[in-house]
Design a protein around this ligand. Structure first.
Ligand code: ZN
Length: 298
């Protein structure tokens, strides 16, 4: 589902690359199932539905896309395991529903290089019967990624090898289309990134700020709303869980102070919400929600 939100003078679109299934333990780490199943009910295989959202920003520096979803290069076996349907380029379909073509995207920010965020950066293309080659899905775009995360992606270890696929970023490097940056970036007068380490070494989150309003795209720093409410709820995927907790503490404070509209990248139920002061910890008020079910065709 694509949703549009207005932040001051800036139009944003929350797009989805579709739902897939994932083991519930991955997203909730040390938290016992008896607790997290009160948030999201798993199926018989202990799997939960997971969304894969991107943010499209109509900025004064052009059209900015944050993350690209799984894309279409996953082998059929993996797609079946993830419970993905056979639609192709789902994110591009969402982009079209928001009124844009891939050629119109000026900048693609990869929050990090995990396969469910960078997979849709490239695709296979065969021209006139010649062998297929990997090409950028967004042909005109400048792609941006962090140096430390690209280093990890380029030299994966046994734990990260399954998610760091060179086909997702190497063709961009070869075409000089991937700009490697270090630290927070200003992307447009109303758009900037911040580094939110924990999930990866240099995970990027995105702030949209205009006319006193703001939006925070949390990426994988808190990809389910409950993870921002409860600092100890850290995914098993995170490379530095204690750092994730401190990152969330800081982001939660900033979001609360600025009344930021929060966008959750993987939450199958809560798309957006805001924090409000609570008696001890801040309280979370969901704004845009969707029913979570196991219909992977959404
Ligand atoms: Zn990730």
């Amino acid at each position: 589902m694509a949703y549009s939100v207005q932040i001051g003078a800036v139009r944003c679109h929350i797009l989805s690359d579709g739902l897939h299934y994932s083991d519930g333990g991955g997203f909730f780490g040390l938290i016992p199932r008896a607790l997290w199943q009160q948030v999201i009910q798993p199926n018989e295989q202990n799997q939960i539905p997971v969304d894969t959202r991107s943010l499209l920003i109509e900025s004064d520096a052009g059209l900015i896309l944050v993350d690209t979803g799984h894309g279409d290069k996953l082998p059929p076996k993996v797609r079946t395991r993830l419970g993905m349907d056979d639609r192709t380029l789902r994110l591009v379909g969402e982009l079209a529903r928001a009124g844009f073509q891939p050629e119109e995207v000026d900048l693609v920010l990869l929050t990090h290089f995990h396969g469910d965020h960078a997979g849709g950066a490239t695709r296979w293309e065969a021209v006139d019967g010649s062998p297929p080659t990997l090409v950028p899905v967004f042909p005109r775009a400048r792609y941006i990624g962090q140096r430390l995360d690209l280093a990890d992606a380029s030299f994966p270890n046994e734990r990260t090898a399954a998610t760091y696929i060179a086909d997702n970023f190497r063709p961009l490097l070869e075409r000089n289309q991937l700009e490697i940056v270090d630290g927070p970036q200003r992307l447009a007068s109303s758009v900037r990134t911040d580094i939110a380490p924990g999930h990866t070494a240099a995970l990027q989150v995105v702030w949209v700020e205009s006319q006193g309003e703001c939006l925070l795209f949390l990426g994988d720093s808190a990809n389910w709303a409950v993870q921002l409410q409860r600092l100890a709820w850290v995914p098993a995927f995170d490379t530095a869980p204690l750092q994730s907790m401190e990152t969330k503490r800081r982001l939660r404070h900033e979001a609360l102070e600025r009344n930021a509209l929060l966008v959750f990248q993987h939450d199958a139920q809560v798309v957006t919400g805001r924090l409000v002061p609570g008696t001890r910890d801040p309280e979370f008020h969901p704004l845009l929600t969707q029913p979570a079910h196991f219909d992977a065709s959404r």
